[in-house]
Write a protein that binds this ligand. Structure first.
Ligand SMILES: Cc1ncc(COP(=O)(O)O)c(C=O)c1O
Length: 397
């Protein structure tokens, strides 16, 4: 029996693995090859940019011998980020950029800045599961607002309005969202600005996937230019440059000037307390960002090709529907509801050795959906999907 010990309640998470994790452990234990269609770690997806030696050589410079702690992060790194926004037509001065080690850390800083214990933060569903942990760790009450699908995804703005109350401190937007791939629309932003102004709440917009539009030449506006209410936009190189191992993200602040000044001063103290961003990545960032187009071209080619293949194959299988993805690295597919998501996904894994995410991981309102990463190499992607479609067409688990 385990000894009782008064750990903090915020870490009282269930310790037992779910059925899918258990099955995966068993198959991996048997050394069976799995076609992993959930793989979203770009360092494991066979991209050639990852072999570019010069990316790593940027870390071996004399400058890295010196430690110059700066709470906002090195000016040169922030200037490079500012230039990147400028290239998209958005004016973000380096003073309004603050570096963090990850986007999750950026969320934590912002929740700490905005919310007292048990204050409310709104975030979308479906969305990725990290939010509930971030809420627990920062003592926030996380409530969800729905994204609804009718050929494209839209935020339920009425529901957001109904959920907002005196202690609502922020509305989190993910644009494009993981896993729905939907961007915030201009008309949605207008209403969100109205609601936040009325309720004294801030907007936090996670734009880590913003550059990865599925349709070439399609442009979606960034909230980095939003001056209407206190707005924080999150970005980072884990997605923008496909370099998650390098751990560098940022917060861009915008909104009414005086409010931004006060938020910035407080964020500076939070960042100064941790100083978590390491020196070598900050020194390397300007050079890395100059290679952004080339890196993104390779990732974009992969996700667009995989999505097109998925669309073509979904059309051939009765009972399946590919939902519209506007951007990001994921696709959502509706599958026949004759079995539960868990039954389908366990069968794909145990019988076909293909791993996909069930929709319930992302808190979909109804069943049955699966979520597929668009990053895997084409042969793995195609082989894995062929097995999934064969099982669905056969109709038997
Ligand atoms: C929408 C979104 N934001 C942020 C992150 C985490 O990014 P980081 O590696 O910078 O913490 C993820 C991870 O998949 C994500 O899907």
């Amino acid at each position: 029996m385990t000894e009782p010990f008064p750990f903090a309640r915020r870490t009282d998470w269930p310790a037992t693995p779910n059925a899918l994790t258990g099955a995966l452990q068993k198959i991996r234990g048997e050394n069976a090859a799995i076609l992993d269609l959930t793989e979203s770690n770009p360092t494991r997806c066979g991209f050639s940019y990852a072999d570019d030696k010069s990316l790593m050589e940027s870390l071996a410079v004399q400058e890295n011998k010196a430690y110059r702690p700066e709470p906002h992060g090195h000016l040169k790194a922030r200037e490079a980020i500012s230039d990147d926004y400028k290239s998209k037509g958005i004016d973000v001065p380096p003073e309004k950029i603050l570096l963090t080690a990850s986007t999750s850390e950026a969320y934590s800083y912002l929740f700490r800045l905005l919310a007292n214990p048990s204050d409310q933060i709104l975030f979308p569903h479906p969305s990725y599961p990290l939010f509930s942990f971030l809420g627990d760790l920062n003592d926030c009450l996380m409530d969800t607002y729905p994204l609804r699908y009718d050929g494209s995804w839209r935020m339920d703005l009425k529901r957001i309005g109904d959920l907002m109350r005196d202690d609502t401190k922020a509305v989190v937007l993910v644009s494009p969202n993981n896993p729905t791939g939907s961007y915030v629309r201009a008309e949605e932003l207008e209403e969100l600005n109205f609601l936040c102004r009325q309720n004294n709440a801030a907007l936090i917009c996670d734009e880590v996937f913003a550059d990865f539009t599925l349709e070439a030449k399609r442009y979606y506006p960034s909230l980095a230019g939003n001056k209407e209410v206190l707005t924080f936009v999150l970005g980072g190189i884990s997605k923008t440059l496909g370099l998650p191992q390098m751990k560098l993200s940022w917060i861009v602040m915008n909104g009414p000037e005086e409010l931004v000044r006060r938020a910035n001063a407080r964020l500076e103290i939070i960042a100064d307390t941790y100083l978590s961003v390491n020196t070598p990545v900050q020194n390397a960032l300007p050079g890395w960002l100059s290679r952004k187009k080339k890196i993104q071209a390779e990732i974009l080619q992969r996700i667009r090709k995989n999505y097109d293949f998925l669309a073509q194959e979904t059309g051939k299988t009765a009972g399946c529907e590919l939902l519209l993805t506007e951007g990001g690295w994921y696709a959502v597919m509706k599958i026949p509801p004759q079995y539960s998501e868990e039954e389908w996904v366990l069968s794909f894994l145990e019988k076909d050795h293909v791993l996909v995410h069930p929709g319930y991981f992302f808190d979909f309102d109804t069943e049955a959906f699966i979520v597929i990463s668009l990053l895997p190499e084409e042969n793995i992607f195609r082989d894995g999907l062929a097995r999934v479609f064969r099982r669905i067409a056969g109709g038997e688990l």
